[in-house]
Structures are given as structure tokens and as C-alpha cells.
Design a protein around this ligand. Structure first.
Ligand code: ASP
Length: 631
């Protein structure tokens, strides 16, 4: 064997996605995993896979007995190095589904670099197994084409963003992970200090303070692909750690930040996911108040209409007591039009379907759901239990307001304003799905602006910032901070896409006095504020430039680019709903020694729980431990 034919080297001459017809006759060296294997007489066909694709390898007993024997021994997911010659596939055996499908490689040597146990997941299939299994064997799950593609899309997106911002004068700057509380409305993850007994770092919920301090430092244009940590119950798709594109700019107004981000987002989609249609450019804007009234949420999915229209003026004059009383009390009556939903439904079916929707309404706290079904023909009857309470004129006014058409189903909702909003928010996406109105290839961006600066929190009986405590109120609303904080609007802007918040930011307060006005409003005493944020307000006294910024939920953006419904599919090693990493079993108990060094003793309840799980044995719960135990 000559040196160049030394196939025992695992080095590749080509990837498994590279070979085409024009390579026919070339001697090549491939390496990868056995994707599939099938035997046919004296031939064994191996689909050899690497990150770049799949190439068919043929081992012919007649031509290369040893290679054939190795192929014979190989099983799915074995790691092989293959040396051979590229050949045009015999006519009729080409595979159009494979980029390499015009050729195969006739093996001269096959070396098994590593064997593999039968994998607990089918790498050849897209999905199938339960999430737990996927998470436990994430390194196998990640071998699948779909997830490999997602990792690549993520890489390309991040690279695009880095290049785009770098070209525009931004500096990428890392900020510390071990820091002090940087609240964004969630609980902090704390890290005990070994060197300073009894003290803790907080992992940043975002780099908010640090990026603002970088503005004070004169950086002017900052960005970071930043990891953020929020210890909250993992409702929906949240992850305890997630990634933001974080950026901040000095000497800007709201418009500047929005237009830079809009341009970046649209360029990113065009570069990384050109197959996705952007519904509307420039990106439309919507006031918070309109979003809440018509969509019931500040994250409206504008791919479809199904908006709630206020019909209080019409319904308030009908004969339906609930509507009349509610309208008189200032509680809204709203209507959603489901196009053609009643068409071709029998009376029985219609009652069944509407009863199901009423269940959905009750699930979010509503009392009921009234409806009217328009006939398909002019001569037909209007169906629905509340029809009789509306005069002909009132019905006509309602149909006119709703732009109703034959066969439409109208849902009428009335309750406290917040309940109506919840109902609208719950019904819209479900109705849209049922009516087939959701185009998965479309990206429907919308900017939501003019948020209230604060929301009143009934539980804590105080104002909570809608965004965070560093958001600047709209200049014209500044006087309201003192007279009517609930009416003040903030300079916040959120970018929403397909019903997800993909980015959010604001112009910041850069003035000590103003920042100090916010603290008491949100229930911080000056002492607490000084303890936690003294460094911020102090910095504002040393020439802080006006500044503003934004952060993107990068996992969500990548998921939208990749067409993945769940952000877990675009994170290499995500955590489960209980915040666990099932592969490495994290979190896990610490050694008693480690706890001691960290000046930590576990509660009796925690110890009992660990012992019940069999996670530790023989530790003394503190109650039973002598007073000298621990440190
Ligand atoms: N720090 C904010 C967040 O995490 C974003 C920003 O205001 O820039 O939502």
C-alpha cells in the first residue's frame, strides 16, 4: 500500500455531501457514520453519513473481500473510514433525493473506526420518540438531519448578525455572568461565594445594567450574543438560560433603534431563510392599546385577522340583558367573525361546535359565549340563541360592523375588560388553526409601541414596570409619573412575529433624579435601591449619554427562521420543563465538602427529599446535627 493509499488515516478527501457525477473515476476517502445498511447477494450497500450529507458506499465481495467483511460487520451508527473509487451509478439506480445520488463509492477498503451500540433513537427518522429519550440522548438526537440543519441555521444567523453590526461600528463586548441582580421581572439564580461567606452573586437576567454602563463608558455602539438566566416556572417554552442578541446605542431616539433593528431583521431573514415570506414591509406598527383591544394581547399574531371589534354600542341597545347591563357598566361587548365557519353545518353540529368553543372560553375565566350564524343563502335563517334579542336593524348594523358574509359565524363576548382580552387571545389562534388561516411559511412582524410605563400588580399592591425599571417614560408623559403613573406611557418597543415577542427594548433613563423617582413607585425603598442599583445612579452623575437599546430572543428568532415551533429544537442542549438536563442529570446534589466550603447547609426538608430520591445517603439533616456541625 502506498502512503497516499493509506486508508487507515481517518482524514477525509471529501465530505459525504460532496460527490457529484464529475467526480466519477476519482479515488476518494470518506469517513462518517453508517446511516443505513442493506445486503444484496455479494454486495453490501452502506449509506455513509456526515454533517454534510450521505453517500452510498458499495462493498463488493468479489472486488474487495476485506472491505466487504468490514461492511458485513458494520451496524447503524458505526464509525467508518472508507477508501474507494467514485462511480456513476448504474442507470435506474440513481437517487434523486440525495445530492450525491448520481454516484456511489466502490469500496476498496473499509476501516471500522468505532463500533456503536444499537441507538435508542432512530437517527434516520425525524421525530418519534418521547422528549425524555431525546433529551437523555441529545448527542444522538442531534445527529438527525433536522437538528443538524437547525444548528447550522443558528450559526449562520449569529454570524450574519455579527458581521452586520460590526460593519456598522458596533463592538461585541462580553459582560460578566457572575454579577449582581439585574432584574427583568423573574427570580435570580444565585451563586454562593466561597471566599466571602454568606454572600452571593446573581446571574444576570440580562446584561441590562452592564450595557448601560458601557454607554456611560463611551462605547456608543455595543452588542453581545448574551446568555441570560431567569429562575422562573418554565411555562410554555421558556428555558432557564437562553440567548439574547443584546444591543445598546448612545445618542439615539426610539426611531433610530427601531429602524436599525428592522433593517437587520429583514436582512437576516433574506440571508438565512429566503424561503420565508415577510408579510409586510416596512414592518407595521401598532399601539399597545389597540393590540389589547383587538387582539387581546401585546403579542398579536397578525398572520390572520379574527380581530375583536367593539360592538358595545349595538349590543348595549339589544334585548339581551347581560350585554345591556355590561355595556352600561363600561364592560365591553366584542365580536369575532369566523369566516365561513357556519357554512354547511347542521343545527346539531353548530350547537356542538359552539358548545366546545364555549368550553374554551370558560377555561380562561369567561362565563359564556354567545353566537350568531349567518345563513348561506339570502333566504336562509339566522341561527343562534341570541338572535331573537336583536332587532333587524341591530343585526344589520352588527353585520355591517363585522363585514360579515354568508356562512360566517359571529362570536359575541362580554365581561370585565381583562377577561374579554384573555378570551380573545385564547380564541384567535385556535380558531385560526381550525379555519386553516395560519400560513407557516409567513413571518408577520409587527412593532408594538406606546406601552404603559407600569402595570398595577394586585398581589403586591404596587406598580410593576411593563418592561424594566430603566425604561424612560415618553417625554410628554413625564408629568404623569407624579399625578397618574398608570396613565404614563413608556418608550418601550417590542417586535412581535407570528404571536411571539422576538425583541424588546426602550430608550433609557440617563438621569439620576428621574431614575430615583421610579424606585419608590415600584416599591423599592431608597435604601434598597441604593444597595442594589447605587452604582447605576452614581454612574449617571458622570456624564451618561442619552441611550437606548433592545434585546432579541435569539432562540425564538432562530426557531422562526428554521420553521421550528419549539425553541428547544434550535438549542443544542436545552433543559426540560423542570429545568433539568436529562443527559448529564443536572441539577444534582453537591458533595458535603463542597457545601461546607460554600458555607451552606441544606434544610432538613431538602435532605429528606434527596435521601428519598436516593441521591445521597447517610447525611445528617440539620435538625439532628449537633450545633457545631456544618462550619
Ligand atoms: N434587557 C431587556 C430584556 O431583557 C431588553 C432591553 O431593554 O434592551 O428584555
Amino acid at each position: 500500500m502506498t502512503a497516499e493509499n493509506n486508508w487507515s488515516s481517518a482524514e477525509k478527501s471529501h465530505t459525504c455531501g460532496a460527490l457529484r457525477l464529475h467526480h466519477a473515476g476519482e479515488r476518494v476517502r470518506l469517513a462518517g457514520w453508517v446511516h443505513r445498511r442493506r445486503a444484496q447477494g455479494g454486495l453490501i450497500f452502506l449509506d455513509l453519513r456526515d454533517r454534510w450529507g450521505i453517500t452510498q458506499v458499495v462493498a463488493d465481495k468479489e472486488l474487495a473481500a476485506e472491505a466487504h467483511a468490514a461492511a458485513q460487520e458494520s451496524r447503524p451508527e458505526y464509525v467508518l473510514a472508507v477508501g474507494g473509487t467514485v462511480r456513476q451509478r448504474p442507470a435506474g439506480t440513481e437517487n434523486e433525493d440525495l445530492a450525491t445520488g448520481a454516484v456511489d463509492v466502490v469500496a476498496e477498503e473499509i476501516q471500522i473506526l468505532n463500533a456503536a451500540r444499537t441507538p435508542p433513537l432512530y437517527i434516520t427518522r425525524e421525530v418519534g420518540e418521547d422528549e425524555g429519550l431525546r433529551m437523555k440522548y441529545r448527542y444522538l438526537d442531534l445527529r438527525r438531519a433536522r437538528l443538524q440543519r437547525n444548528l447550522e441555521i443558528r450559526h449562520r444567523a449569529i454570524k450574519f448578525i455579527r458581521d452586520y453590526l460590526s460593519e456598522r461600528g458596533f463592538l461585541e463586548i462580553e459582560t460578566p455572568i457572575l454579577f449582581k441582580t439585574t432584574p427583568e421581572g423573574a427570580r435570580d439564580f444565585l451563586v454562593p461565594s466561597r471566599m466571602q461567606a454568606g454572600k452571593f452573586y446573581a446571574l444576570p437576567q440580562s446584561p441590562q445594567q452592564l450595557k448601560q454602563l458601557l454607554m456611560v463608558a463611551g462605547v456608543e455602539r455595543y452588542f453581545q450574543i448574551a446568555r441570560c438566566f431567569r429562575d422562573e416556572d418554565l411555562r410554555g417554552q421558556r428555558q432557564p438560560e437562553f440567548t439574547q442578541l443584546d444591543l445598546e446605542i448612545s445618542f439615539v431616539q426610539r426611531e433610530d433603534v427601531m429602524s436599525l433593528n428592522e433593517a437587520l431583521m429583514l436582512a437576516l431573514v433574506a440571508a438565512v431563510a429566503p424561503e420565508r415570506k415577510v408579510q409586510q414591509q416596512p414592518i407595521p406598527r401598532m399601539r399597545y392599546a389597540e393590540a389589547m383591544e383587538r387582539y387581546g394581547t401585546d403579542r398579536p399574531d397578525v398572520r390572520y385577522d379574527l380581530c375583536a371589534e367593539d360592538i358595545s354600542d349595538i349590543a348595549g341597545k339589544s334585548g339581551f340583558r347581560v350585554f345591556v347591563e355590561n355595556a352600561a357598566a363600561g364592560k365591553p361587548v366584542k365580536c369575532i367573525r369566523a369566516p365561513a365557519m357556519a357554512a354547511q353545518m347542521s343545527g346539531t353540529l353548530l350547537r356542538k361546535v359552539t358548545a366546545e368553543w364555549e368550553e374554551q372560553v370558560r377555561a380562561v375565566g369567561g362565563k359564556g359565549l354567545a353566537w350568531l350564524a349567518l345563513p348561506e343563502e339570502e333566504s336562509g335563517e339566522i341561527r343562534g340563541p341570541i338572535g331573537k334579542f336583536f332587532t333587524v336593524e341591530q343585526k344589520l348594523a352588527l353585520f355591517d360592523r363585522m363585514k360579515a358574509a354568508p356562512g360566517d359565524l359571529l362570536f359575541l363576548i362580554s365581561d370585565e375588560r381583562e377577561v374579554v382580552q384573555r378570551i380573545v387571545d385564547a380564541l384567535r389562534p385556535q380558531l385560526a388553526a381550525q379555519l386553516g388561516l395560519i400560513d407557516e411559511d409567513t413571518l408577520a412582524f409587527v412593532w408594538v409601541i406606546d406601552f404603559p410605563q407600569f402595570h398595577w400588580d394586585e398581589e403586591t399592591q404596587r406598580w410593576e414596570p411593563s418592561q424594566h425599571m430603566f425604561t424612560m417614560p415618553l417625554p410628554e408623559d413625564l408629568p404623569l409619573l407624579r399625578s397618574d403613573p398608570g396613565a404614563a406611557r413608556g418608550s418601550q418597543y417590542d417586535l412581535v412575529c407570528n404571536g411571539h415577542e422576538v425583541a424588546g427594548g426602550s430608550i433609557r433613563i440617563h438621569d439620576r433624579a428621574l431614575q430615583e423617582e421610579i424606585f419608590p413607585l415600584i416599591g423599592l425603598t431608597m435604601e434598597e435601591a441604593n444597595q442594589q442599583f447605587g452604582h447605576m445612579v452614581e454612574a449617571f452623575e458622570y456624564g451618561a449619554p442619552p441611550h437606548g437599546g433592545i434585546a432579541w430572543g435569539l432562540d425564538r428568532v432562530v426557531a422562526l427562521l428554521a420553521g421550528e415551533p419549539n425553541i428547544r429544537e434550535v438549542i443544542a442542549f436545552p433543559k426540560t420543563q423542570t429545568g433539568s438536563d436529562l443527559m448529564a442529570s443536572a441539577p444534582s446534589p453537591a458533595q458535603e465538602e463542597q457545601l461546607k466550603e460554600l458555607h451552606i447547609r441544606l434544610s432538613a426538608a431538602a435532605e429528606r427529599e434527596l435521601q428519598r430520591e436516593g441521591a445521597v445517603d447517610g447525611r445528617q439533616p440539620i435538625e439532628e446535627a449537633g450545633s457545631g456541625a456544618g462550619h
